[in-house]
Design a protein around this ligand. Sequence first.
Ligand code: NAP
Length: 246
Amino acid sequence: MTDTKSRTAIVTGASRGIGAAVAERLASDGLNVIVNYAGSEKAAAAVVDKIEAAGGKAITAKADVSDAEAVRRMFDAAETAFGGVDVLVNNAGIMKLAKIADSDDALFDAHIAVNLKGTFNTLREAADRLQSGGAIVNFSTSVVGTKLETYGVYTATKAAIETLTGILSKELRGRNITVNAVAPGPTATDLFLDGKPPELIDRFAKIVPLERLGEPRDIANAVSFLAGPDGAWVNGQTLRANGGLV
Ligand code: NAP
């Protein structure tokens, strides 16, 4: 895709799972990529190596997205390396499941810090710094639609992200920047698979009309569309990429 060449994307939480697939896909679309991570330095470096081996350009950037100062420094590093930022993919997130009655303050505070404040921190920075023609892709979850037991606190942060998505798309009027969200269904990554017995994983896969779990590349394809020229007229929307779950 020559028309996206030399654009630059920050992908948060790109060391593993969906974020790593998004980083690789955007690099193959021709974008320079900032591979953000919080703790998985080696995994993030491996994503950069893979991108470079395929002929793309990428750097790692350590930043806990819940830390506004660290987010600012990550944007600085992106601008220094590549001259500006065009695309922000707010993929970093955590998920700990518990019924609302059993959710302690630490669980609540961690989700607010990483999922909600983390997304807010990068959106505030991007609202100031993204170049004309840019795109922001936030991450929600299809559980906003299915409303599953034990997903309460996690999904509440994601519902808030859908709201931020719609409102920021209006606040950026005149800037030629789109703001959308993807809402994956169950996708085969650590976040979804960890702690679930095989029977439960199989049950999740069977509930989906296409009768399989999503793969990280399924979600990366949707992000590529929203961040690239084919998605340029889609703005302020949440795209549920879930095989028809809800
Ligand atoms: P994952 O495999 O657990 O990967 C999470 C990524 O986020 C890692 O790269 C991790 O970096 C990073 N991260 C975590 N906390 C961070 C922080 N404070 N600052 C910066 N990076 C941080 O998760 P995933 O399944 O790929 O999920 C990606 C996104 O999709 C999340 O927003 C999630 O809510 C959403 N989602 C996933 C599913 C699913 O079924 N998998 C469904 C719906 C929505 P480190 O490795 O450095 O910790």
